[in-house]
Design a protein around this ligand. Sequence first.
Ligand SMILES: Cc1cc2nc3c(=O)[nH]c(=O)nc-3n(C[C@H](O)[C@H](O)[C@H](O)COP(=O)(O)OP(=O)(O)OC[C@H]3O[C@@H](n4cnc5c(N)ncnc54)[C@H](O)[C@@H]3O)c2cc1C
Length: 385
Amino acid sequence: MTFVSKHRSPWMNEELDILRQTAKRFFEHHVAPLDAEARRKHGIGPEVWLKAGEMGLLGMSIPEDLGGHGGTFAHEAVVIEEQAYACNTSFGFVPGAFNAPAVFINTATREQALKWTPDIVAGKVILAVGITEPNMGSDMKALRTRAVRQGDKYIINGAKTFMTHGQQANVCLLAARTSDEGAKGISLFLIETKKTPGFNVAKVLDKIGQNGLDTCEVFLDNVEVPAKNLIGGVEGKGFGQLIDVFIKERLSIAVFAIASAERAVEMTIEHAKTRKMFGQTLWDFQNTRIKLAECASEARVGRAYIDSLILRILNGGEVTMADAATAKWWCSQKQCEIVDECLQLFGGYGYMAEYPIAQLFMDARVQKIYGGANEVMKELVARNL
Ligand SMILES: Cc1cc2nc3c(=O)[nH]c(=O)nc-3n(C[C@H](O)[C@H](O)[C@H](O)COP(=O)(O)OP(=O)(O)OC[C@H]3O[C@@H](n4cnc5c(N)ncnc54)[C@H](O)[C@@H]3O)c2cc1C
């Protein structure tokens, strides 16, 4: 069922209203009907990506001179919110359509960007990002996958895990070590996964939520990558250029978190007002109203913070690492708490996977882990105290 938020953010405008309607249509007509099957199969078909491209929803904030739509973070935020309102995660908008292209655009040479952007924007190229390894997640300096230069190519060996779109993607932006100099020894490579022998997807992982996404274990066995696919053209620059990407990725997680919480509260109010028990409705218990008032208030506070950061970006102000870390940990924490409280009010129905509140619950948990674990976010906040 289509959900229309009662809240209109101060950064919205007529153009973004039109985009919101387009995104709503996309999730309602082209994603929702495939969601159950995608969750069973751990992936949604490439035709959905082509549709997203056709509807102008990919590469929205990529500059026009690089082949994108030249929009802002607000354009991306509108689509992220609509996906959350649709209770969907099986279309990998944040990891695949927003974050991975941002990693690429922020690190690629102009020539590399111009070569790949048109297909990314059209949905013909689906991107994965391969950073995390079996023995390295939060501590990026411990990255072990190695790329060794041999003439006009690199030979890459190692292992990656938790790679979103590992199976579906036709291009992977892969982090590998080109020297032993900690973070400065890490470089990014563009690998055409389907055409490159040795890029082996070992397993699509079963998760406790977000099962519409193919999260994979990948082994790299003497993978040959042309030297021209060293992203940015210079070794060791992989991570220096990603600060802005990390900030926006964390904000995007926070935007999704608050929109999911808002949706959970609205669907629970509707349920409580119609569910009959003890000669009244669930809503008639003071406990229900108090719980939902608490949830709605917390979502509202989170929304105000997110809105202030988006407005600051649009006005050319600075959103710091600490601001984004605050938004990421607090909003994802509140998302999990609010969705849990709401699920409780659905009783046994809340525990049934077919109910949207159950999907919101299962999909929420990982928000406190990926994009930087919430404990790491608090360390970033603490550094500025
Ligand atoms: C569904 C999903 C999708 C993902 N998609 C991708 C992807 O597409 N590409 C990719 O490269 N990675 C991806 N990841 C990996 C994700 O970014 C990592 O899981 C995350 O960075 C945490 O790393 P880790 O799992 O190795 O946990 P670890 O680094 O082992 O951390 C475990 C726990 O230790 C604690 N901890 C860690 N550091 C600190 C600290 N400094 N202070 C205090 N406590 C700390 C936290 O509680 C943390 O949760 C994905 C993960 C999931 C679950």
